[in-house]
Design a protein around this ligand. Sequence first.
Ligand code: ASP
Length: 584
Amino acid sequence: MYRTHTNGELRASNSNEKVTLSGWVQKTRNKGFMIWVDLRDRYGITQLIFDEERTSKEVMAIASKLGREFVIQVNGTVIVRESKNVNIPTGDIEILVSEVTILNESLTPPFTIENETDGGEDLRMKYRYLDIRRKPVRENLIFRHKVTMAVRNYLSEKGFVEIETPYLIKSTPEGARDFVVPSRMNAGQFYALPQSPQTFKQLLMVGGMDKYFQIVKCFRDEDLRADRQPEFTQIDCEMAFVEQEDILQTFECLTRHLLKEINGAEVAEFPRMTYDEAMKKYGNDKPDIRFGMEFGELNEVAQHKEFNVFNQAELVVGIAVPGGNVYTRKDIDNLIDWVKRPQIGALGMVYCRCNEDGSYKSSVDKFYDEQDLAKWASVTGAKAGDLICVLSGNTSKVRAQLSALRMEFAERLGLRKATEFAPLWVVDFPLLEWDEETQRYHAMHHPFTSPKPGQLALLATDPGAVKANAYDLVLNGNEIGGGSIRIHDKKTQALMFDYLGFTPEEAKAQFGFLMDAFQYGAPPHGGIAFGLDRLVAILGGQETIRDFIAFPKNNSGRDVMIDAPAPIDEAQLKELSLQLNLKS
Ligand code: ASP
């Protein structure tokens, strides 16, 4: 037997017991006549003591050779420590070792494997298996397991069945590129890895499995953004015989259950907001509502003077920064530089100080008097001591810019508290979204989303105005889930593909199987998928999803530990009937 106890288990009440422990040597302290070793495993750290007077010479000799991360097994007796370590649960005891076996030696690890490490991000990624030995990383993985189990148990209890769907499929468009896998047996043909199990879960509904879920890997070949993983995990769900309200209720309950179970947080009924309202008030379809700073649209109170920048703008919009009047001129200049950075892209920023004495001082005093500025304050909800920041220009651009500025202020003012949870349903998304690049409408969610009842006809006249039966669940400014009620009849689905620019032949080639299935009694259905990685990170009070993934890819989509992606050899290429044609 390798061990009678784990390294997190023994207490003073175990004193005098003979025990066997196994684990990794985290640290040794060698005073010659006495050697201490911190022995670590998944459960904790137990101190071992080797003492010249009580331990045999042979064992002392082995103990003096132990290096960091050696794997050892010891037999010994639990004794109560003279100087206790209050920082660890086993700190009252130590093991007086009588026998030691080196199970495996270790090279000196490239960084210290302790709570605080000297290893940089890249190094820790390369040796991720060593990083996982560190408590913070280990605990995040265990935390993820807890969340996953809570989800599984809850959904299973509510009658959902977990069903696996294939990974080698044909493309499912969800707005990203597919990862493709060449088929050896079908030369020149390719599978795609699923961007989500969307069509399969819909087919399960046609198959009568009226409550489905799956904790499932999805693959999207997207351009790289910070903290995006090319493969990520979804809690994917679908239900038949449901309306939007049923889905919102069911998954609000799941989310509330998780917040309670995992975080001990009681959250009242989730507020709901339409997409249009979210864009107007926060410039963003996933607003963080833990704090205010709602947008105030100022066109009416700012476009009546000679200030052409505002007069020519489609939208003039501002926020009141609480207590922002303390910013110095220099601080504000820095903020202006901040919004002018290419990532934000504003052309400039107008500001107005709300002084404690009730007076106003703006950067455009030439054009606006106190009365005008008082109106700005009223529209943005600014109080004495605040700073009003105003941007102007093209509506969608300026909303995105001001939204970024709002989040930046929230960060600086410490308004994004990790322990506070503010969920929000955003509903009534547009069905379609105009894409400047291709000069075409795209499905905002995906092409299987149904328009709101009665809006189908609008598709022909004003496609951008059609609203969908689609909803997102937002938590603390992050989209943690999204879904829709689906189209479930062939005619509407065919119409949808037509509006999205598919020829009937293309639609049939790509989605014939789904439309065929719709002809055999497809029930009304809808669903949602949660991004598990992000959900876990938020519940864990952190922002980076990578910290909750055992073997994540870096920001360039590489696994630096196994060095993937990597070339394959000629023979393999040949077998796959592939030829590389790389341009240097
Ligand atoms: N398949 C969708 C997604 O991955 C979720 C859904 O509509 O249920 O975003």
